[in-house]
Design a protein around this ligand. Structure first.
Ligand code: ADP
Length: 577
């Protein structure tokens, strides 16, 4: 977990979570309590003003009004400080909660990530945290002060005349009204809404990310139909949820109005019976809505609370999930050499399915360049995924410089590797930001050096904004070859001991291919390099070619050795001609 975080998300329920944030909200609470206390005498002032009418005591009325206004100013002033404090503190809490969620996602296992739509995680990150925030704000700014305000008012009314207290206490059974509705049903509905929302966001996110595929195939209608289906299911769940929530509103409005009517009639009768002063009745009628307000507020809040609670469950599911990477090693290799050993490694993605790698047993020497070839699905990417610890072997062991993978600090090990992928991901930001992602502390000189060796300096400097050129998400404004060279510069910048290349030259035109190949040759010098080769012509210079087939090494040797003997390599060569 993020060690800097001060947010405690261990509470099993949302109420507990909100309670545990108390230390962050002390400032707000003090100002808010003060703001409520200063308006408590309002009904007494109403009564005193009404009682002063028969004596025509205007001086008293004006003095009371002056005091009243003073209390109002104090109320507004304390409210101002309360809101100031809350707005800032709330954002501290929820920024940290989002950070916890994001940080956790970064450590989820690839088994989990492979089967979870990114949009679902996005829904947790943005919608659910926001929903909890709305609930917390409503509880803190609405419900708690209102309960305090009406409790104080009830005490004041009882002190003025016990009958006033009796009438107000009639409202208490209203609390039970909230229970009239089936909360279990609301909880169930909230859960269905949340699941439908995650499905909808997941689906929409997938189609937005794949927009080129959708347009390229002219399948906008089909995309709309599929996204529309999940959006429709979400709407259906929302309709039911809204109906359930609204029915509580009607019941409450009816009950509160009934109380108001009864209280007015009863107090009028008490005035006629000389059991109550007219001023007290006016004070009661004025105070009653304030006393009843929390009742309706609590009921309304309980609906928001149940939705917030569902969001909290959703976030807790992720934060408490143990579908994380299981690497717990801490060993750091201070002077890495780049020796990679696969010791009888077998790996299956799913139990019961065929192994994606079978008994792989090989040693890649420091500085050796190994090219992996073989038909699609033969296990090339799996081998690389295992080396980087994206998955753990089912049996056998991988060692780096003689250190078993499970003993290594995986994050530190990965920092000594660089990957250049087929479809290189550029993040939205400047070219400089993207290159520095390889080593955030790199100086400008180091960046330029890396860029020069990646054969990218000329084209970057030719851009109007040079290194500051902003590239869109996925680097959409650059050509394939340019993106590739930026990725190579990013890889070079960290001076890796182990380099993984998912060969991409097949997608490039001749000119770009030449530049990229030169850049790659430079990048690979003196490093252990593993290339996933898609075209055999580019692996001629590799020290060793490993031919994979259905997860097993079929043959291994230099180009000359393999091409001179019959077998799978020759078959591949012939197939490519
Ligand atoms: P290559 O890189 O040689 O094309 P892969 O290593 O991607 O092959 O795949 C090896 C085998 O593992 C294939 O049968 C493939 O279907 C399977 N496979 C790859 N990735 C996954 C995954 N994330 N979940 C389940 N099976 C997978």
């Amino acid at each position: 977990m993020n060690s800097d975080s001060t947010i405690d998300v261990s509470a099993p329920s949302l109420m507990g979570f909100m309670w545990r944030q108390e230390k962050h909200l002390r400032g707000y609470n003090i100002w808010r309590i003060l703001s409520v206390v200063v308006i408590t005498p309002f009904p007494v002032l109403t009564q005193m003003v009404v009682d002063a009418i028969p004596a025509k005591d205007t001086t008293l009325i004006f003095s009371l009004t002056g005091f009243w206004l003073l209390l109002l100013v104090l109320h507004l002033g304390t409210m101002y400080f309360a809101v100031e404090s809350l707005a800032t503190k709330m954002q501290v809490i929820f920024r940290e909660l989002r950070a916890e969620v994001f940080y956790k996602i970064n450590f989820m296992s690839f088994r989990f990530l492979d089967s979870t739509q990114a949009g679902k995680l996005l829904s947790k990150y943005s919608f659910d945290t926001n929903n909890i925030e709305t609930t917390a704000i409503m509880g803190l700014t609405g419900v708690l002060p209102e309960i305090l305000r009406s409790s104080l008012l009830i005490l004041v009314l009882m002190w003025m005349n016990p009958w006033l207290g009796v009438i107000v206490l009639l409202a208490i059974p209203l609390f039970a009204c909230a229970r009239l509705l089936n909360f279990k049903e609301i909880e169930r509905s909230n859960h269905l809404v949340r699941v439908a929302r995650e499905r909808m966001t997941g689906q929409a996110n997938e189609y937005i990310s794949a927009i080129k595929l959708v347009r390229g195939y002219g399948q906008e209608e089909e995309a709309l139909r599929q996204v529309g289906d999940t959006s429709g299911s979400y709407s259906d769940e929302r309709v039911y949820q809204t109906k359930l929530n609204q029915s509580l509103g009607y019941i409450l409005f009816g009950a509160i109005t009934l109380i108001m009517i009864s209280a007015t009639t009863l107090s009028a009768w008490l005035v006629i019976q000389d059991k109550m002063e007219l001023g007290e009745m006016v004070a009661l009628i004025g105070a009653l809505p304030i006393c009843l307000f929390p009742v309706s507020m609590i009921a309304q809040f309980s609906l928001q609370y149940l939705q917030g609670a569902e969001s909290y469950i959703s976030i807790k599911e992720l934060l408490d999930s143990d579908s994380t990477e299981k690497w717990t090693g801490t060993r750091v290799i201070h002077e890495p050499q780049g020796v990679v050993e696969f010791d009888h490694v077998t790996f299956q993605y799913e139990a019961g399915k065929a192994a994606a790698l079978k008994e792989l047993d090989t040693v890649i020497r420091a500085g050796e360049h190994v090219a992996l070839v073989g038909p699609s699905g033969s296990g090339k990417s799996t081998l690389v995924g295992l080396l980087l610890g994206f998955y753990g072997p089912n049996s056998g062991q991988i060692r780096i410089d003689g250190v078993p993978q499970h003993e290594l600090s995986m994050q530190q090990f990965r920092q000594t590797c660089s990957i250049v992928m087929q479809d290189n991901i550029l993040l939205s930001g400047s070219i400089l930001d993207n290159i520095r992602f390889g080593k955030v502390t790199a100086t400008m000189d180091e960046v330029r050096e890396a860029v020069r060796h990646a054969y990218a300096l000329d084209f970057i400097e030719a851009l109007p904004d040079g290194f500051e050129t902003v590239v869109g998400e996925r680097g959409a404004s650059l050509s394939g070859g340019q993106r590739q060279r930026i990725a190579i510069a990013r890889a070079l910048l960290r001076d890796p001991k182990i380099l993984i290349l998912d060969e991409a030259t097949s997608a490039l035109d001749y000119e770009s291919e030449k530049a990229v190949q030169q850049a790659i040759n430079y990048l690979a010098q003196g490093r252990t390099t593993i290339t996933i080769a898609h075209r055999l012509s580019t692996v001629r210079k590799a020290d060793r070619i490993m031919v994979l087939k259905q997860g097993s090494v079929e043959a291994s040797g230099t180009w000359e050795e393999l091409s001179s003997q019959d077998g799978s390599f020759k078959e591949l060569l012939e197939a490519q001609d």
